[in-house]
Ligand binder design. Sequence first.
Ligand SMILES: Cc1cc2nc3c(=O)[nH]c(=O)nc-3n(C[C@H](O)[C@H](O)[C@H](O)COP(=O)(O)OP(=O)(O)OC[C@H]3O[C@@H](n4cnc5c(N)ncnc54)[C@H](O)[C@@H]3O)c2cc1C
Length: 240
Amino acid sequence: MSVYSIKLIKQQQVAEGTMAFFFKRPAGFEFAGGQSVDMTLINPPETDAEGDTRAFSLASAPHEPDLMIATRIRDTAFKRTLKGLQPGTEVKIEGPFGSMTLHRKTNRPAVILAGGIGITPFRSMIVQATEGNTGHSLFLFYSNRRPEDAAFLAELQELARQRENLTLVATMTNLENSQADWSGETGHISLELLMKYVTDLADPIYYTAGPPALVAAMKELLNEAGVDEDDVNSEDFSGY
Ligand SMILES: Cc1cc2nc3c(=O)[nH]c(=O)nc-3n(C[C@H](O)[C@H](O)[C@H](O)COP(=O)(O)OP(=O)(O)OC[C@H]3O[C@@H](n4cnc5c(N)ncnc54)[C@H](O)[C@@H]3O)c2cc1C
């Protein structure tokens, strides 16, 4: 597996407490939407027991010029250092890793179940598929506590408006604490919600990623719906 040093271009807030980091893409680095890298900080000013390396899904699509990751900024040595990085600073990445990439046969729809920061591999996958006109029919169920927490929501809403083959079902679970207007779905991703938008649950290939508790809940839901486990692709963001 190849190791690259990459330079930070900029950072940008993409939701409350959530930052995207854009890096210059190294020559020869190829990946597919849905894959991840291991990122290592070089000589960080502080470190802790978890060390200087974290796995991140690439949230940028393969055809986009920069590499982008996005993360919840929590109070850990790694995240404090990451947030403090100045443009031009180098970090190391190793990869790409992972086999959670979009299926090739477009006769079966893709149903994506994302919660919170678990959106990152799917932003990449969806932008790749829509820009590349792959012909996939895509359903994105995207659950967050509040609209303020939902990274890339405005961009995904715009994409869904433009592309007939992308259905976005964003749902909020804790609107009481939100200042935002919301007229979309509420509550957790449930069988009822899936059935409201997907006519035959046995037809699609499913994708889910994010904190392990969310991934486990989504797999359980699909199991209860009678979905064949061979049709479910998942990625645990261990560490959340
Ligand atoms: C394949 C893969 C892809 C991933 N993609 C992404 C991604 O795109 N974006 C992303 O953000 N992460 C992603 N992760 C997870 C990422 O690697 C980190 O584990 C995660 O971001 C947490 O890092 P941390 O520095 O905040 O906490 P760590 O220091 O790694 O946390 C260590 C432990 O402390 C706990 N902990 C730390 N801080 C808190 C807190 N504030 N509240 C409660 N518990 C806490 C954690 O639960 C964990 O058990 C991915 C992981 C994998 C395996």
